[in-house]
Design a protein around this ligand. Structure first.
Ligand code: SF4
Length: 702
């Protein structure tokens, strides 16, 4: 019977960067009929959140793209065959390139596909098709953390292992709502037997803040000022760890800079009393306590995210909370394969943890992949926002969007309608034909989804895990890997990728490229070995002691105090905090905060919105969280509809009155399309990550 599983396969969940392993129950034909969390996996320890439990639901949605779609003369998307689709793709993009040059075509991709696929895309686009400009929605997620680690440590090396949640005495969560965004990691916190102090730094009384031992309800984007005030107190009181400081560079300059950041000077900017700041400084510098710091989008999605992340890194470095159990400046990424994108997407960094501007790196990659070194550009791509700005100004005329939905998710999304008008050719490659981006495409390429293809993801603790094809993709949909190979042949550069026959072959090519890099994984034999070991955290160079790693299952970086900079020392980096890009004023008196609203929905609901069960766990219509005093002032109560207006647009939402937000602040979840019509285009200057977290709005009763 189809209801009785006859075998099982394991697969890493395809949503968040926690990287839970799921056990997929298969029928006699090898097709998935159900799933459950995998008990023995060292990440999730037999747990999964609602999204993971329902991960098969979105595959059966009736709006799957099951054939290529091409826009006809009447403006309708009509089904076509693959030969026509590929020919159209190649003819149109080559035509644009001939007329307007290399910089007139770009792609935007994702942290949601396996790294073998994202790597093939990045290598095909740059080394085969000869273009330069490409980026992924990981720019919206963890570009800040990447840049912060690169600048501070000399390599994008998140030091964490999830076991640190269980081994800390003090867990500081900055702009991180684990209960909602990473519920299984919150369960790891709950397993901590050391009676930890759990401190949440967040303007909003999130679910996590309510469950914490201390909530620092700071002013929006008061985080950098607070972190500097903490460092000020620690240095003033001589609570630094001299041994750790010996592994850093820039302490004297940092200490001098911090003289202006006393708690009294920062009280107004942070909304905190001097006593609160002093007490927090004592807690996070207690030499007898293991202090771990964790951050997510509250830090990353900011106009000064890199310096904020580095302020956390600095605190860990000066207090000796790095490279030891229960410590670390630890970024928790958002997407299931954001970490894979960091190393292998060939967009910002040269594939395998290399640098485009480094001639030796280009030579090594060319040899490893068997391609001419001249095919590897020494220049860097434009970032996501720069690509969209170039499309808006008419410089980019051809755009290929793969497994992401910027017409919903990009900041100040109303701008994209005008941009669409400027594009000569828009290709969208996606599981669904109904996303906001697919609906405005000239060509839709139907892609297989999670569960319908093989590959690997890398989670926030650098653990590589495999995903498996446990369903056949519907109709003519193909895996992204297969689509990229077909495009390579259609373009005329298929020979360059003849060794990329299937995802595991690509994995082995990419594995070998990492030799002697900090992310060296040359010790991994094959996918079976990854599964056998319960995932593998990088680095895992050839000769790694398999039995020891299998026993440890949790490895953190920098235990030896040696970093990846030329002098092996970490850098203490800092800049004065900047003002909010769009502070509230008389006309727009409220600050709009955005974030995740539920553990049952993912990003733009493209997949999770297809699950009946997940939809029942979350309001169907958009809502606005508002403080009771502000609700009284506006004369509104729960369920009333209000108009929310920013300088970019206006939308309606139902009121939800709650003291979770402070007076003058309102919160809206990111999962509904309308929200990003309000958000303000401001970017971190170092990482180009957008600042989704705070903009000014006006609210009026309908
Ligand atoms: Fe685990 Fe994240 Fe998947 Fe939930 S969405 S099951 S927390 S990996």
């Amino acid at each position: 019977s189809r209801l009785m599983p006859s075998s099982a396969a394991t697969s890493i969940c395809g949503y968040c960067a926690t990287g839970c392993q799921l056990k997929i129950h298969l029928d006699e034909n090898g097709e998935a009929i159900n799933l459950s969390p995998q008990a023995g996996y060292p990440v999730n320890l037999g747990m999964a959140c609602p999204k993971g439990w329902q991960a098969l639901d979105p595959l059966d949605s009736p709006d799957r793209a099951t054939a290529p779609l091409l826009r006809d003369a009447a403006g309708n998307l009509v089904e076509t065959d693959w030969a026509t689709a590929l020919d159209t793709f190649t003819t149109r993009l080559k035509g644009i390139r001939e007329k307007h040059g290399r910089d007139s075509v770009a792609f935007l991709s994702t942290g949601q596909i396996p790294f073998e696929e994202m790597s093939l895309l990045g290598c095909l686009f740059k080394f085969g098709m000869g273009f330069l400009h490409c980026d992924a929605n990981t720019r919206q997620c963890m570009a800040t953390a990447v840049t912060a680690y690169k600048q501070s440590f000399g390599f994008d090396a998140p030091p964490a292992t999830y076991a640190d949640f269980e081994e800390s005495d003090v867990i500081v969560l900055v702009g991180a709502n684990l209960c909602i965004a990473h519920p299984i990691l919150w369960q790891r916190v709950m397993r901590n037997q050391r009676n930890p102090d759990i401190i949440v730094i967040d303007p909003r009384a999130t679910e996590t803040a309510q469950a914490a031992t201390r909530h620092i309800a700071l002013k929006p984007k008061g985080d950098l000022a607070l972190l500097y005030a903490l460092a000020h107190c620690i240095i003033r009181d001589g609570r630094v760890d001299e041994k750790s400081l010996a592994n850093t560079e820039g302490f004297a300059e940092f200490a001098g800079f911090l003289k202006d950041y006393s708690p009294a000077a920062m009280a107004g900017r942070t909304g905190q009393t001097v006593e609160t700041i002093e007490a927090l400084a004592r807690t996070v510098s207690d030499p007898d306590k293991r202090v771990s710091w964790w951050w997510t989008m509250g830090v990353n999605q900011s106009h000064e995210g890199v310096r904020t992340a580095q302020a956390i890194i600095n605190l860990c470095l000066i207090t000796g909370n790095i490279g030891k159990p229960g410590t670390g400046p630890n970024s928790i990424t958002g997407q299931c394969n954001a970490m894979g994108s960091r190393l292998f997407s060939n967009t910002t960094s040269l594939v395998g943890g290399h640098d485009f501007s480094n001639a030796a790196h280009r030579e090594k990659v060319a040899q490893g992949l068997g391609i001419p070194v001249e095919n590897i550009p020494s220049e860097y791509s434009m970032a996501y926002d720069e690509i969209l700005a170039a499309a808006e100004s008419g410089k980019i005329k051809g755009l290929w969007i793969v497994a992401t939905n910027p017409f919903h998710s990009w900041i100040n999304s109303g701008r994209l309608a005008a941009l669409r008008e400027k594009l000569e050719f828009l290709v969208v490659q996606d599981m669904y034909r109904t996303t906001e981006s697919a609906q405005v495409a000239d060509l839709v390429l139907p892609a297989a989804g999670w569960g319908e293809k093989d590959g690997c993801f890398i989670n926030s603790e650098r653990r590589i895990g495999t995903l498996k094809a446990v369903r056949r993709a519907p109709g003519l949909a193909l895996s992204d890997f297969r689509i990229f190979r077909l495009i390579a042949h259609s373009w005329g550069c298929g020979d360059l990728f003849s060794e990329w026959t299937h995802p595991e072959a690509a994995f082995k090519l990419l594995r070998d490229l990492t030799k002697d890099r900090p992310c060296d994984i040359t010790g991994i034999e094959d996918y079976a070995m990854i599964d056998r070991l319960g995932g593998v955290q990088w680095p895992f160079p050839k000769g790694s002691e398999v039995s020891q790693v299998a026993n440890l299952q949790s490895r953190r970086l920098f235990e030896d105090g040696v970093f990846h900079t030329p002098d092996k020392k970490a850098r203490l980096l800092f800049s004065p905090p900047a003002d909010l890009p769009e502070p509230p004023d008389f006309e727009f008196p409220y600050t709009l905060l955005t974030g995740r609203g539920t553990s049952s929905q993912w990003h733009t609901q493209t997949r999770t919105g297809k699950s009946d069960i997940l939809r029942k766990l979350y309001p169907e219509h958009i809502y606005l969280e508002i403080h009771p005093a502000d609700a009284r002032k506006l004369g509104v109560k729960d369920g009333d509809v209000v108009n929310i207006r920013s300088r970019r647009g206006d939308i309606e939402a139902a009121v939800y009155v709650a003291p979770t937000v402070q007076r003058g602040q309102v919160f809206m979840p990111m999962h509904y399309r309308q929200v990003n019509q309000l958000t303000h285009s401001a970017f971190d200057p170092h990482s180009r990550q957008p600042n989704y977290k705070a903009c000014a709005v006006a609210i009026t009763r309908k």
